[in-house]
Design a binder for this molecule. Sequence first.
Ligand code: TNX
Length: 513
Amino acid sequence: VLTIIVLGCKKQQKIRIKFPPTDLSKENLIPKPLKIIATNNAFGLDKHTAIYTTKGAADFENIGVFLAKKIKTKINLEIPVNSEGVNTIERVIYINKSDSLELDAPEAYQLYINKDSIILNSNTAEGAFRGIQTLRQIIPEVSNDTLAEHRIWPVASGKIIDAPNFEYRASMLDVARHFFKVKDVKKYIDILAYYKINTLHLHLSDDQGWRIEIKAWPKLTTIGGSTEVGGESGGFYTQEDYKEIVAYAAERYITIIPEIDMPGHTNAASVSYPILNGNGKVLKLYEGMRVGFSTFNTRKDTVYSFINDVVKEISAITPGPYFHIGGDESHVTKKKDYIYFINRVEKIVQKHGKRMIGWEEIVNANLDSTSISQYWKHSKNAKKAIKKGMKVIMSPAEKAYLDMEYDTLSKHGLHWAAYIPVDTAYTWTPESFGDIPKENILGIEAPLWSETISNIDELEYLAFPRIIGYSELGWSTKENRDWKDYKVRLGNQAPFLDQMDVKYYPSKLIDWK
Ligand code: TNX
């Protein structure tokens, strides 16, 4: 039994409070940090704690404020940030910009938890933000209530040295097959951030709907945005809505990647503007679930001036470096037309200052090595990409698709690629899957296609808990991943998920706390 000393504020008397020994290495952290050294003591988080952040660094101060808000939500404790002249402060959480880290990855951080101080060091605000997620996870829900009027939440002491396994750790949300409101996307972002995911890819257009306002082509949303799968009424983001999502994500150090899927998956666009159509048929709005029947006319200049307008308007409100052009399942585009199209679109994307990403089929074009291929089905496409010097994003459908059913009893989802129970989702190795060497992999992404889900509860049923496992595959090293250990930590996420009102799928493989 360890003792820590608490100074009572008014009378300045010393109160001894006994905490049971802690073990930082056994905390329910997801994703698992690179190195944890436990010192078996505790930092007594209480009303005499304050947060201080590096002077003059506004982004670090914002992170301090973010942490204070989350502590307030979790345990209803109010903590001042960078306050001056408060003389009841006895313990401090420092969030420092520091260049003396053991690791120098952009998201690396170090966390030292001592009896009277917590010191979080990172060279970047991004790293500091990842670090406070670790801290949020180890603050206990329950206080030590030896003294009812002076509650203390003992935080396990020790040292954490941490940095990500992959620089790119993403989920995708298909807002085209079913539209999801800004507030739903924000809720998803909140939880992704907690698990150190740093990218959200938005699938903004498909046969069943066009979901983003393009000022030069207004019918895309008035006509193309009016439907979704199953005959419901669709919807779209105004550019202001989209900016709101981008800004919300940026506050959580999450990059938004916009996707406009083409030349296939374009029925909604071509119904809005029939001049774009290349499949030779008279089109109508589509609310079914088939794929591969639509294509742009790849030989018309109007199509490229349309794409130029779309890429330009979206890129102007997208601070992140990427633009995703889809490129999948263009079954009714002739191969030579497809190649011609992708080659031209790559140039348009680059002209607007973005790096192109496309689904793996794009590797058949003459691509630049800076473009990125997203593996979903065939490792031979990933290998072609590597030969061109391109990086690969790992999203193999049979392991990483969030829209796959858990098992035959699943309430939502498809199973064309596989059934993916919670253990299968976790126990594969993105570092070597399909014989793709790690050095060629940018990172991992778990796509959530939305043919079978139409509201946030259904979204959460498919995404949770599997996305939590993907966060660990993206962040933690292979050596630090272990199903038996992970499943205990996952079961302990229940209080957080409940607090966030997440309707996760309560898989029987997990002992939920
Ligand atoms: C394949 S994966 C698609 C999507 C579907 C998904 C359903 C890929 C690049 N295309 O159009 O929504 O399967 O699982």
